[in-house]
Ligand binder design. Structure first.
Ligand code: CP
Length: 308
């Protein structure tokens, strides 16, 4: 197979295993390209891509922009904070106005779950979800899978514990779908208040004790406490969260094996992860960021080859 089964990347849920493998294989080729002295290829020379961000981002926005430039696409960047959205313009009107300037693809981050799905039904362009609220973050899950495969040789058969604020995390949901489709075992771990009630129905193991989760897994993907999405208190204090769920060198030294530490960023140092772990030889956090460019190049390149 050399083409994706979809013209949009809205989530991992609707991708086939073949789609995911195709993206990871294509990303491996692009990783080789971006490590060359000349990092640019002409693959998307006649394509224009708009990065439309209604929510803050450092890694995802810069990574998409670099991926687009490495593929020789033309790029425009839109940030809602200084746009006519502030004057009341709707999402569909905003994007249709951008598309009327001969834009072909839209990469969108939005705080509302389902916003990219809605957009894909109402505008004529390839849509890439760069994170929709608490729902999905498909390119993060793809770059996480790529990074696990690169570090451990394969994803199939590996045990991955996702630890932290599962309730508010789009990274958790996309990772669960992606890892399971690739044959990994998945566990979620966190305070009971930060685990969605439906989570066990997704076929994941559920663990409240972080020490047991760390002892079980090959890879711990540690998530940030998303205070900005929490309208009520889910735990007494950040200090208390850190005492019971924070991952530090002492905890890792008590395990009878070495595990890989991942984090999608941004890290709240000293809350979910101590600096002596985030910056240690166990951590592949910056490799994840580096791999994000190759994975996003693969996604954009493959979507550009789909028929509308
Ligand atoms: N991992 C991630 O999505 O980071 P940003 O919010 O900085 O894009």
């Amino acid at each position: 197979m050399s083409q994706l089964s979809t013209k949009h990347l809205l989530g991992i849920k609707n991708l086939t295993e073949e789609d995911i493998q195709l993206i990871l294989d294509t990303a491996a080729n692009f990783k080789e390209v971006i490590n060359r002295p000349i990092k640019k290829v002409p693959s998307l020379r006649d394509i224009t891509i708009a990065n439309v961000f209604f929510e803050n981002s450092t890694r995802t926005r810069l990574s998409f922009e670099l991926a687009e430039k490495r593929l020789s696409a033309d790029v425009v960047n839109f940030s809602s904070a200084n746009s006519s959205v502030k004057k009341g313009e709707t999402l569909v009107d905003t994007v249709n106005n951008i598309l009327s300037m001969k834009v072909d693809m839209v990469v969108m981050r939005h705080s509302s779950p389902g916003a990219p799905h809605f957009l894909s039904r109402n505008v004529n362009a390839n849509i890439v979800n760069a994170g929709d609220g608490t729902h999905e973050h498909p390119t993060q899950a793809l770059l996480d899978a790529f990074s696990i495969k690169e570090k451990l040789g394969d994803v199939a058969g590996k045990k991955v514990a996702i630890i932290g604020d599962i309730l508010h995390s789009r990274v958790a949901l996309s990772n669960i779908f992606c890892l399971q489709k690739l044959g990994a075992e998945v566990m979620v771990c966190g305070p009971i208040t930060l685990l969605p009630k439906y989570i066990a129905s997704l076929g994941v193991k559920v663990e409240l004790d972080v020490k047991k989760a760390l002892q079980w897994c090959d890879v711990a993907n540690v998530l940030r406490i998303q205070l900005e999405r929490q309208q009520i208190k889910y735990f007494p204090s950040l200090r208390e969260y850190s005492l019971y769920y924070g991952i530090n060198k002492k905890l890792l030294s008590q395990l009878d094996k070495e595990i890989v530490i991942m984090h999608p960023g941004p890290i709240n140092r000293g809350v979910e992860l101590s600096s002596d772990v985030a910056d240690s030889e166990h951590s592949i956090i910056l490799e994840q960021v580096q791999n994000g460019v190759a994975v996003r190049m693969a996604v954009l390149y493959l979507l550009a080859g789909t028929k509308g």
